[in-house]
Design a protein around this ligand. Structure first.
Ligand SMILES: NC(=O)c1ccc[n+]([C@@H]2O[C@H](COP(=O)([O-])OP(=O)(O)OC[C@H]3O[C@@H](n4cnc5c(N)ncnc54)[C@H](O)[C@@H]3O)[C@@H](O)[C@H]2O)c1
Length: 436
């Protein structure tokens, strides 16, 4: 099939590459001409494990092209996917201007009957809104909702082996159903992965899934703070709770608060949708509030450790991406930490294996970024771990103790909690674990 993927970011690029991998003829289009030029030159503009070889293979086979001419790319496609950003507005709702723009471009440029698939995360009612935009087009436009569930860091694997594929379309729209079933057939060979529903249900499913996951994290983060006060251990509580088959073990890890481009905005957007329809969304609102407060936890720990005065202190930070295996820093709790440390007069030296080039433009020379994790710790009064990259999991603690000015370790992910670091001369704190 001839596909056009509009928006070539984390979702669009992975989806476009994977659809090309299964034999489709794909154009990835984007208004960001610099990004398109890099893609055309064979560069991979984001860090996403496994993506590079798929892009290269399919580009070489002629099944995958990149274009900054969105109107031209849309013309001639049988299926147009919308994978543009839907960032939060100031009031918490989703900004749909890019989605509207793509719909207008499709309506003005299509050359045949087309299936228009909304892959961006969009509020309930967007499918209907897009139908109104394309109403007067020269050919029929079948509007389908197909929210994406891939996770950055495991996006290719998630796309190729999805838990489920949500498709929201009219029951009597035979063409749309046939196109979607065929596109996702290669990832459904072992088991039919498509869950069919109406568009409003598909739109809502995405927000509910992300809010449910965010809620679990926020709840465990609150419990972690309680653990510290009552002499309990969050990892024991997590294992005890997660072994209940009704609850399950995933998304129960306490940490520095959730970040990324999805959870924060989707939780707020769900609350906004509910508010707009006159319905309460107390759990979503509270989840957001708890997370906002919790994102300050690591900074509070650092400040408390130095009696509230960070002037003249050097703090090392390991991990800036909002989670490992991605270079994405959007809403990363590491940025909250950096902001507080710098505003309180600390000197900050940070390291991240992939995200430093995105952080550099955001700060002045008071933030030093170094290529070697141990160099960040050199002469520091404390080392704070924010993102649990694999290379931080089992560092040379002897070397760290020798290079830190004070042997203070604040472990925002509890990855060193089992090592008995207190007995090895460190002043160790995790999140919801007792100091060792
Ligand atoms: N990142 C994730 O893990 C993830 C997972 C599931 C769903 N989503 C959703 O998918 C959507 C895209 O997310 P993302 O992380 O890929 O965003 P992104 O910011 O990485 O990519 C969006 C791309 O769209 C392009 N764009 C913006 N307006 C455009 C226009 N009018 N025409 C063409 N291109 C345009 C931008 O230049 C950018 O390259 C969002 O709605 C997001 O909520 C993201």
């Amino acid at each position: 099939m001839r596909l056009c993927m509009v928006g070539s970011g984390y979702v669009g690029l992975v989806s476009g590459a994977c659809f090309a991998e299964t034999g489709n003829d794909v154009v990835c289009a984007d208004i960001d001409a610099a990004k398109v030029a890099r893609l055309q030159a064979g560069e991979v503009p984001i860090f996403e494990p496994g993506l590079g070889p798929i892009l290269e293979r399919n580009r070489a086979a002629g099944r995958l092209r990149f274009s900054a001419d969105v109107a031209g790319a849309v013309a001639g496609a049988q299926v147009v996917f919308v994978a543009v950003g839907t960032p939060p507005r100031r009031d918490g709702g989703a900004d749909l201007s890019a989605v509207d723009k793509v719909a207008e471009t499709v309506a003005a440029n299509l050359t045949e009957e087309v299936v228009l698939v909304l892959k961006s995360t969009v509020p309930v009612g967007t499918n209907a809104r897009v139908r109104r935009i394309v109403e007067g087009a020269a050919h029929r436009v079948h509007v389908v909702s197909n929210p994406e569930f891939l996770k950055e860091g495991a996006a290719v694997e998630d796309f190729m082996r999805p838990d489920r594929v949500i498709v929201g379309c009219d029951e009597d729209d035979a063409l749309a159903r046939q196109v979607m079933a065929r596109l996702y057939h290669p990832v459904s060979l072992a088991k039919d992965r498509i869950v069919w529903m109406n568009p409003a249900s598909a739109e809502l499913t995405k927000y509910v899934a992300n809010t449910m996951l965010a809620m679990r994290i926020s709840f465990m983060n609150e419990v972690a703070v309680l653990c510290e006060r009552v002499g309990a251990d969050i990892n024991s509580v997590r294992r005890g709770v997660g072994s209940d088959a009704r609850i399950g073990p995933k998304f129960l890890y306490a940490g520095p608060g959730y970040g990324g481009s999805c959870f924060p905005k989707d939780v707020q957007a769900l609350a906004d949708i509910a508010h707009e329809h006159g319905v309460g969304a107390e759990l979503a609102n509270t989840t957001h509030r708890v997370n906002e407060r919790h994102k300050g936890l690591l900074a509070r720990k650092v400040k408390a450790r130095f009696d509230g005065d960070l002037r003249g202190k050097r703090i090392a930070v390991w991990g800036l991406a909002f989670k490992p295996r991605t270079d994405d820093i959007r809403e990363s709790p590491a940025l909250t930490l950096l902001d507080v440390l710098l505003s309180e007069g600390a000197e900050v030296v940070a390291h991240d294996p992939e995200a430093m080039s995105h952080v550099r433009p955001l700060y002045d020379e008071r933030l030093r970024l170094v290529d070697d994790a141990y160099a960040a710790a050199d002469g520091a009064d404390a080392l704070v771990l924010v993102t649990e990259w694999r290379e931080y999991q089992n560092p040379d603690f002897e070397r760290l103790r020798a290079s830190l000015r004070q042997p203070v370790l604040i472990d925002g992910r509890n990855i060193w909690a089992a090592y008995g670091l207190g007995a090895q001369g460190f002043d160790y704190q995790g999140v919801g674990v007792q100091p060792t």
